[in-house]
Design a protein around this ligand. Structure first.
Ligand code: LLP
Length: 419
């Protein structure tokens, strides 16, 4: 359910014509719908009613501070994976007691910053990291709330690049090691193990891997409680999939029901780290057709957005729906939609049947709200796109298009190279 729709064959975001927005902002541009973001959060959060829980939005999916602020205002927290995301979450006004921090390579500086900010907990991903956190706690003479990210060794049946809970993945700590480390921590006066966490992967379209993971984590909590370690938080990560094409993803209500069943009467506060399911279908990416190029059998629609703006098709072979911003009854043809970057991997769609498009026309790439802008780069010295948030009939530029000067920000030419 989202608030992008056609009215008189013209694409709208809520009450605004996409073409009208683009007249002001230019292309390429990301456009997000506030109403959709809010609805997705409320449906997800509401589905867990009855079970103490915190929805910690996974900032990596879309880290614009306005997007993080949308969820903060609605009562959400943040799942962060770097000092940069901690900064963003704080700038967006997320209270520290609603921030959890995962990641396999937290630096000492990042850990210290997280401790100074007094976030809810750090999810530890290795014994080496635990030792560093323990030393930092001693130096700072400060108690640090932690959980261990357990690797439950569950196959979420998703793209190999986004599977994280298998033994061969770099994430988390296997069960036996985790138990031993919890035991060690119980003797440490500065480390407070308050949670158990995990995250098994992303774009997961079945409930069973989640249920399996929750059961296994619950088992661990009980074992720990038997050892006198009072775990209060169970963090099950994110990963719920969405529909990009014709996949059927579990509804958040079904997902919540299954999890609630497992956790009722456990006295645990559930932490959720959804990213994609909140923002994915809340955003589109709009680009303009620069050229239509015919090469023997093939037609290339060359647009002014590229893989540096939205890398998912190039990186994962991901499918994103593409539609013309102005619908007309033109003949449909098979095309490749590509960007201007000097790589054959720079495409948004291959052999896609689309209405015939002309130079100057606008296209919308759907499902672009998650891992779109947040994975963008300046490759080929392309300025990163504008981001716009629409609410009813108003729009707000939440990130300006980069300037040429931004492209060389921080760069300098050493004296000996100057002319
Ligand atoms: N928590 C942790 C610890 C994570 O690593 C992730 C995502 C999430 C939560 C949020 O997962 P979500 O609910 O969004 O599935 N760039 C890829 C996705 C990478 C996901 C990485 N971790 C893509 O474009 O599909």
């Amino acid at each position: 359910m989202n608030f992008f729709h056609y009215k008189d064959n013209e694409l709208y975001c809520e009450d605004l014509s996409v073409a009208e927005i683009v007249k002001k902002t230019g292309t390429p541009v990301y456009i997000y719908s506030y109403k959709t973001l809010k609805r997705h959060f409320e449906v997800f959060d509401g589905a867990f009613k009855g079970l103490p829980h915190i929805v910690c939005y996974s900032c990596k999916a879309n880290s614009n501070i306005s997007i993080i602020a949308v969820f903060g205002r609605l009562g959400g927290g943040a799942d962060i994976v770097s000092g940069g995301e901690l900064f963003r979450a704080s700038m967006a006004g997320i209270p520290p007691e609603r921030i959890v921090y995962s990641g396999v390579g937290k630096t000492k500086e990042e850990i210290k910053d997280a401790v100074k900010s007094d976030i809810l907990m750090i999810n530890i991903e290795s014994e080496a990291e635990l030792n560093v956190i323990s030393r930092i706690a001693e130096q700072m003479k400060k108690e640090i709330r932690v959980s261990i990210r357990v690797n439950p060794e569950i196959d979420p049946k998703t793209h190999p690049y986004i599977t994280t809970g298998l033994k061969k993945n770099k994430f988390g700590i296997i069960w036996e090691d985790a138990l031993r480390l919890y035991k060690d921590m119980a003797k440490n006066k500065y480390l407070l193990p308050i949670g158990v966490s995990s995250h098994i992967g992303s774009q997961i379209l079945e409930l069973s891997p989640f249920i399996e993971a929750v059961r296994s984590l619950k088992d661990m909590v009980y074992q720990l409680r038997d050892m006198g370690i009072g775990i209060r938080y169970l963090d099950i990560g994110g990963g719920l999939g969405i529909t990009y094409k014709d996949e059927t993803a579990p509804h958040p209500e079904e997902y919540a029901e299954a999890i609630k069943n497992e956790l009722k009467d456990t006295g645990l506060t559930l932490i959720l780290e959804p990213g994609r399911v909140l923002v994915g279908n809340s955003g589109i990416f709009v680009a303009e057709v620069i050229y239509v190029k015919k090469v023997s059998e093939k037609t290339f629609i060359i647009v002014d957005g590229a893989m540096n703006d939205l890398i998912r098709p190039s990186l994962y072979g991901a499918y994103h729906e593409i539609s013309p911003v102005h619908r007309r009854h033109s003949k449909k043809i098979k095309v490749d939609v590509v960007g201007p970057i000097c790589e054959s991997g720079d495409f948004f769609a291959k052999d896609r049947v689309l209405p015939q498009l002309k130079e100057g026309e606008l296209i919308a790439i759907h499902g672009a709200g998650a891992y779109g802008f947040s994975m963008s780069s300046n490759y080929n010295s392309r300025r990163r796109a504008t981001e716009v948030l629409v609410s009813d009939d108003r729009y707000f530029i939440i990130r300006k298009r980069e300037t040429k000067k931004d492209l060389i920000k921080g760069e300098s030419i050493p004296e000996f190279l100057r002319v």
